[in-house]
Design a protein around this ligand. Structure first.
Ligand code: GP9
Ligand code: MN
Length: 411
């Protein structure tokens, strides 16, 4: 009957942080271009392999954008679909399985639905079979009006590699779709080329692989570099089409690309042993928020994918005070340094807690577990409350609550 929602609502209300007044509504009415970068981790940013830049375009782009260098992915088995779920609902994915499959019939209040109510056209673009990750079904629940999937792209042998259409061709062909969309639009692009096992044709090798006995790690760098090139060309095309100045561009990494199975080689590349502490820090993925007219700035606040929904809505001038969002606007002055990963690990300004061990970020060394203790309860609550919302499909009750509150306000 929704009575479970009371505690959750109280929790969420207590954690609400008011938006930064300098940025609230700064991008009102602008298009939103959200780009999910497949398997891209933060360690490639401003880094080199064989002396060559891995992400030359992004390294430049972040200079004219807000760049979050302590932003973590929070996905589990649902991989890309988990990232989509977390980013657009400000709820956590599930610890097992993929919520896109198990709870696609739930009531949600996702970013596309909210924006649609605010006059936006909403679309997801991804050159894969529409039913992969159950997207075709879940997208209806999230409020997408249009899913440009495989049949909307010209996919041939000579423009495909690995999982499908190469990113450069994907973005180029997507321009026609963007042009036909009603404005303003909210468009999500999901890249694919930098997907395990990181295959690439000779002609697309902008940099040479890393040199080790580990083929996966070696080949990761050229495919990241390839997607970086695809993003560069896409931004150029947006400029040519006059879409760049009217759009907020948000680029984020969906989840890790290099699993723990490759710790040894990663340790060689990074020049440091991959301890559980380092491994947790490797769960950082890039987050770049480009707002026309705003100067570049790097923000090091600890944050996660859960924070994107309120961040985007506030930039567009949409209030989130009554939402059941577990994240916080990244630009809010009151945003605390804290994020929880799906396995229960958490990160604060000074500490990393993982595998029941507390680490000091200034040294990377293990410290007394009690130091991390004050944050453990919050980490546990976050995940448990979010799980309750999903398992109980509680948002279907919240809609009623909300309309009641609004009626009362009007009195
Ligand atoms: C498939 C793409 C990749 O459509 O999103 O999925 P992943 O394996 O990364 O979850
Ligand atoms: Mn993915």
């Amino acid at each position: 009957d929704g009575s479970e929602l009371v505690d959750i609502e109280n929790y969420v209300r207590a954690n609400y942080k008011k938006p930064n007044e300098n940025l609230f509504g700064i991008a009102k009415g602008k298009n939103v271009i959200l780009i999910s970068m497949e398997s891209t981790q933060s360690f490639v940013i401003n880094n080199t392999v064989n002396g060559e830049e891995i992400t030359p375009f992004l390294n430049d782009f972040i200079k004219e954008s807000y760049y979050f260098d302590n932003f973590y992915h929070q996905t589990a088995q649902g991989k890309t679909s988990d990232s989509e779920f977390i980013v657009e609902n400000s709820l956590y994915g599930l610890s097992r399985g993929a919520v896109f499959f198990t709870h696609s019939g739930n009531e949600y209040k996702a970013t596309p639905e909210v924006l649609n109510e605010n006059g936006y056209f909403t679309a997801s673009l991804h050159a894969n079979n529409k039913s992969f990750w159950n997207r075709d079904i879940m997208y209806d629940s999230l409020g997408y009006q249009r899913f440009y999937s495989l049949p909307d792209y010209d996919v041939r042998d000579d423009n495909s590699i690995g999982w499908g259409l190469k990113d450069i061709d994907f973005f180029e062909q997507s321009i026609a779709h963007l042009k036909e969309m009603p404005k303003p639009f909210y468009a999500k692009f999901i890249t694919l080329t930098n997907h395990f096992p990181f295959e690439l044709g000779e002609e697309d090798l902008y940099i040479q692989p890393y040199n080790s006995t580990n083929k996966t790690v070696n080949n990761y760098f050229p495919t990241v570099r390839y997607t970086d090139e695809a993003l560069k060309l896409f931004v150029e095309r947006l400029k040519e089409e006059g879409l760049y100045e009217d759009s907020v561009i948000i680029i984020y990494g969906d989840h890790y690309g290099i699993s723990e199975n490759h710790n040894k080689t990663m340790g060689e590349f990074l020049g440091t042993e991959v301890t559980p502490y380092v491994s947790t820090q490797l769960q950082r993925v890039p987050l770049i928020v480009h707002i026309p007219g705003q100067k570049g700035k790097t923000i090091s606040k600890v944050s996660g994918q859960i924070d994107l929904k309120p961040t985007i809505l506030h930039l567009l001038g949409i209030n989130t005070k009554r939402n059941i969002d577990f994240g916080t606007d990244l630009f809010s002055k009151d945003k605390t340094d804290f994020t929880v990963l799906r396995d229960g690990s958490f990160i604060t300004k000074d500490y990393v807690y993982t595998r029941e061990t507390c680490y000091d970020k200034s040294t990377g060394e293990e410290i007394e577990k009690s130091t991390c203790e004050p944050y453990a309860e919050k980490a546990k609550n976050e995940l448990e409350y979010s799980d309750k919302v999903i398992y109980g499909d509680l948002l279907r009750f919240y809609e009623n609550t909300k309309s009641k509150v609004i009626t009362e306000d009007k009195k």
